[in-house]
Design a protein around this ligand. Structure first.
Ligand code: PEP
Ligand code: MG
Length: 598
């Protein structure tokens, strides 16, 4: 054991404490020992190979690339069934990068033309590519530079015959088994996956933003994480005691006994609060004045249904079906067949045991590209996404509609259409559903003839033309994530404008309130399925606007229910009317906060 370890053996003792500040990406507090994830040294050997050695050097690089391909393929195959969908997608991204001629061929040309050794050729090419990525304005795309570097590091590791070090096995030298926190310059999602079953409880990285793949995986694994820590991997030492505050984006290294005690208390309080909430699972979601509220779950895959039931969801309010089309690894070049889709939809329907499942039709495009689509649109969020893409690909759309309809023979299913703005889009969509029904009838295949069809209200134009929707649709579901993006003209995945993403902007609030009111007037259900529905600070405001259906990630459901149980609709309605008339952001924020104390 290194001498320093003994000194680091007990938290809150001996080592100098310091605090780092970065970007919070995944909530909660974790306390553990640092495990430094060693990146492959980019500082590689540089030498020129003799003419007669060039082809052997080319082959050396080709073989290293082929080996990384096999490793990624194995990772994909070994993906646990319950692995978050994003993980498969991330491995796919790395496979695509590795197959790109910029990585798989350009360095070979460098070896041939400049006689560089394989490592030097690869690093030269990566440096050139990285410089090009630095020029890109789009923060989301710019972050993809890290994916390229991670892929290159994998190849370098093979070339240099080194592997990622495995996490240290807990030594048991303390009163309790210490848990590990990964500290790294950067972590590729695939590497993180390899550590998934080990006992690590937090992530800290030097680089990365809100939307880096690592951040997304951390969130989906529900593990506290902070990124953008700039020097963490240099300053923190192996086995140092570390606190990760994923709510504040703060990392405390070698905390004093007092700080440690405070954080342990906060951590315990959070765990206790989560446990307390579990008691509400079977409590009906009814306001103090006796109004029942419907609480639904947002899911990505049928495997999310047990979590929805565990949280006491009344059904699925949003099944983001595009996740069946993404992250398909080796099958990425084709979309799932009608039978494959049908099996998945039926699985969700059966898993929900009679509760309604609202399946949203394919919402691809923008930050959710189909694996095989070209990403050439200048403004992908304004481009051929969601229903626009489906109407441009009628066979693909019909296939999905038939699969959904077939699943409706096994339990209550509703169809939800995303990104509608125009009357003709609604009419064409309904027409396609009618066609899909006719095809199934012809084949004597059973389905629910009176299946309900609803529209996502997520484009301001839709919220301003509600009569067009309520006349044609059975229900509405407000997608606040996109509604905010399009109302305020900010890219929802661009961290540089993240400070402008304000759900409480009066324009946003009024569009939501108008939609809820229009639904009530027409007698059709209106839900909110965007992130606002799962934000407990906004539950009372939405109730005050008249919302009676909330759809959210299962993990948020019980906390929202707790708010509902404490709410009095009469008071909230009066207060909310006033909030909707207010135009000063400060007044609105203050009034919304005051709703919490009613
Ligand atoms: C939304 O836009 O609010 C929504 C629920 O859909 P997504 O986040 O999948 O775009
Ligand atoms: Mg949306």
């Amino acid at each position: 054991m290194p001498e320093s370890r003994a000194g680091r053996g007990h938290p809150g003792k001996s080592m100098a404490s310091f605090t780092l500040h970065g970007i919070p990406v995944s909530r909660g507090i974790s306390i553990g020992r640092a495990h430094l994830l060693t990146p492959a040294a980019l500082d590689v050997k540089h030498y020129l190979v003799a003419e007669e050695q060039v082809e052997a050097e080319v082959k050396r690089l080709q073989e290293a690339i082929a080996q990384v391909h096999r490793t990624l393929q194995d990772l994909w195959t070994d993906l646990p069934k319950d692995a978050p969908t994003e993980l498969g997608a991330f491995i796919d991204v790395h496979v695509l990068i590795l197959s790109d001629p910029m990585i798989s061929e350009a360095p070979l040309d460098i070896i041939r033309s400049r006689h560089y050794n394989a490592e030097w050729a690869l690093v030269t090419q990566i440096d050139e590519l990285s410089a090009q990525f630095d020029e890109i304005e789009d923060a989301y795309l710019r972050e993809r530079k890290q994916d390229i570097q991670q892929v290159a590091e994998r190849v370098l590791k093979v070339l240099m015959g080194t592997e990622l070090s495995a996490p240290p096995v807990p030594t048991g030298e303390d009163h309790f088994q210490p848990q590990m926190i990964v500290v790294a310059h950067d972590i590729s999602p695939a590497d993180m996956l390899a550590f998934r079953d080990r006992s690590f409880v937090g992530f800290v990285t030097d680089v990365g933003g809100q939307n880096s793949h690592t951040a997304i995986v951390a969130r989906s694994l529900d593990i506290p994480a902070a990124v953008g820590m700039s020097q963490a991997s240099r300053l923190v030492e192996q086995d140092d005691w570390v606190i990760v505050d994923g709510d504040a984006g703060v990392v405390i290294c070698n905390p004093s006994a007092l700080v440690l005690e405070q954080y342990r208390a906060r951590q315990a309080a959070l765990i206790k609060a989560r446990k307390r909430l579990l008691k509400l699972k079977k409590t009906p979601a009814v306001t103090r004045d006796g109004t029942s509220i419907t609480l639904l779950a947002n899911i990505e895959l049928p495997d999310d249904c047990p979590a929805a039931l565990d949280a006491g969801a009344h059904g699925v309010g949003l099944f983001r079906s595009e996740f069946l089309f993404m992250g398909r690894g080796a099958q990425a070049l084709r979309v799932p067949s009608e039978d494959e889709q049908f099996e998945q939809y039926r699985k969700a329907v059966l898993a929900m045991k009679g509760r309604a499942v609202t399946i949203r039709t394919l919402d691809v495009g923008a930050d959710k590209p189909l694996d095989q689509t070209e990403h050439t649109a200048l403004n992908p969020a304004l481009g051929l996404r969601a229903i626009r893409y489906c109407l441009a690909e009628p066979q693909l759309f019909l296939t999905q509609l038939r699969a959904i309809l077939r699943a409706s023979a096994f339990g209550k299913v509703r169809i939800l259409i995303p990104m509608l703005a125009h009357a003709f889009e609604i009419d064409q969509s309904l027409n396609m559903i009618a066609q899909a029904k006719a095809q199934l009838r012809e084949q004597n295949i059973k389905f629910d003839e009176s299946i309900e069809v609803g529209a996502m209200i997520e484009i301001p134009a839709a919220a301003l033309a509600l009569p067009m929707f309520v006349k044609r649709m059975d229900f509405l579901s407000i997608g606040t994530n996109d509604l905010i993006q399009y109302t305020l003209a900010i890219d929802r995945v661009d961290y540089e404008v993240a400070h402008l993403y304000n759900p409480l902007h009066p324009a946003v609030l009024n569009l939501i309130a108008m939609t809820i009111a229009a639904g009530a007037k027409a007698g059709i259900d209106v839900a909110v399925c965007g992130e606002m529905a799962g934000d407990v600070k906004l539950t009372r405001l939405l109730l005050g606007m008249g919302l009676r259906e909330f759809s959210m990630h299962p993990a948020q459901l019980l906390a929202v229910k707790q708010e509902i149980l404490a709410s009095d609709l009469k008071t909230l309605t009066t207060r909310t009317r006033r909030i909707l008339r207010a135009m000063e952001p400060g007044d609105i924020a203050e009034a919304v906060e005051q709703l919490q104390s009613l």
